[in-house]
Design a protein around this ligand. Structure first.
Ligand code: GDP
Length: 392
């Protein structure tokens, strides 16, 4: 599936940069165009792969290239005021060649948190291609304002996109790690999961022919209907056959060689599907009640088979209660069999309810502190008996 990616803010820009690196490394062909938008000049300069002409600095007259300091209302205002500059970069994208837009942003900060929903609304008005969001939730230790920003941005972003895929930094951070090295591992995780998912619908002519290929229309149909999505992933190392997928085609038993191998291949696939769906999701949630799901099995074609994918799909139907579970394979020449499970339209998400609760508390505290500090300042500046007059 070919995407036009727009990274908004620091996190958004860095993740788009990482997608470009992944695309070059794996030849997955998913990034048809990449744009980075920011109010902070330094963040744009730090990118390595996004072409210079696709880096858009907005709000120069308001914040002079220094960012909005986690003020997402200002981030949204600036994005609206300077939407033409963003559109200018999008005008250079051959939109007829892309299957969808993907807007990526950290939701706890200012530029991306405020700006991403504004761009989404704008794109949806102008183009017929679907507009998806990838929203990053902040870690719980980042503090009240980040949580409040994320909760407000989440509400707005979900409303403005065709589907919001969520990644929760909180469930991925590891203690004792520096923030930077932590993020680089987290970003790798994000790019791997989404890379396999979107790469599945983008099989080139030279690749092994998949038994039941995942087409980009299946990704689009799984994401259609809106709402919130989460993604599971599990992988296992395997040995590659030098002959590639030839053996399985000659033996005619759908991959896996002998009967015993086939059973082994099938079992491996069903185990990986369970691990992916029940393991750590990008957004932790209850999978029962998921509206639609898509299973993508990637790996060397001799390690993929239709039976395994069918069983995995059935199991997902039982677990989610969904009648719309799609599935297929994505042959790649890497010594890994991986299962990616996209769960779309999840609604039982305690993490979001907790985020909203903390955000409401933070909002109340901020209001109290603001009022208190006004009173305190007044009592400091005014003399007790009101004997002094200000100059003017
Ligand atoms: P902005 O530039 O004002 O949009 O704000 P940032 O993107 O710097 O930060 C917003 C939020 O994104 C932070 O609160 C973090 O939770 C998260 N974040 C920042 N950098 C990264 C990153 O490289 N990877 C991930 N996964 N999250 C990040």
């Amino acid at each position: 599936m070919k995407l036009a990616m727009i990274g908004f803010g620091q996190a958004g820009g860095k993740i788009v940069d990482k997608f470009l690196e992944y695309d070059q490394r794996t030849q997955s062909g998913i990034v048809r165009a990449a744009v980075a938008v920011n109010t902070a000049r330094a963040d744009l300069m730090g990118l390595q792969h996004v072409p210079e002409e696709n880096r858009v600095l907005i709000g120069q007259s308001r914040v002079k290239g220094h960012g909005v300091g986690a003020d997402n209302e200002l981030g949204a205002e600036i994005a609206e005021e300077d939407i033409d500059e963003v559109q200018g970069a999008i005008d250079n994208i051959p939109v007829h060649e892309v299957d969808a837009f993907l807007i990526i942003a950290g939701m706890g900060g200012g530029s991306g948190s405020g700006g991403a929903p504004v761009i989404a609304k704008h794109l949806k008005r102008i183009y017929t291609e679907p507009v998806y969001g990838l929203g990053i939730l902040p870690g719980g230790d980042e503090g009240g304002i980040y949580t409040l920003n994320a909760a407000r941005s989440f509400q707005t972003f979900v409303r403005e996109v065709d589907n919001l895929m969520v990644f929760d930094n909180d469930s991925w951070r590891q203690s004792g790690e520096s923030v930077q090295s932590g993020y680089s591992e987290i970003n790798e995780e994000i790019v791997t999961r989404f890379g396999i998912l979107f790469g599945a619908g983008e099989i080139g002519g030279g690749d092994d022919v998949a038994e039941s290929v995942v087409d980009s229309s299946e990704i689009i149909n799984t994401l259609a209907g809106g709402g919130v999505s989460t993604i599971g992933y599990a992988a296992e190392e395997v040995e590659m056959q030098n002959s590639g997928g030839l053996l399985s085609r000659f033996t005619g038993n759908g991959g896996g060689g002998t009967g015993e191998d086939t059973a082994h291949t099938t079992n491996r696939i069903t185990n990986l599907v369970r691990k992916a769906a029940l393991g750590r999701l990008t957004l932790p949630c209850e999978i029962q009640g998921t509206e639609r799901a898509l299973l993508v099995m990637s790996g060397p074609s001799e390690h993929l088979n239709r039976k395994g994918i069918e069983r995995g799909r059935k199991w997902l139907e039982e677990q989610t209660g969904s009648m719309e579970v799609r599935g297929g394979d994505y042959p790649v020449k890497e010594p890994n069999v991986a299962s990616v499970v996209l769960l779309s339209g999840v609604t039982n998400v305690p993490r979001i309810k907790e985020l909203q609760q903390v955000a409401i508390e933070a909002q109340d505290n901020i209001d109290d502190i603001r009022q208190e500090s006004e009173t305190n300042l007044e009592s400091l500046v005014e003399d007790d008996e009101d004997e002094l007059d200000p100059l003017f």
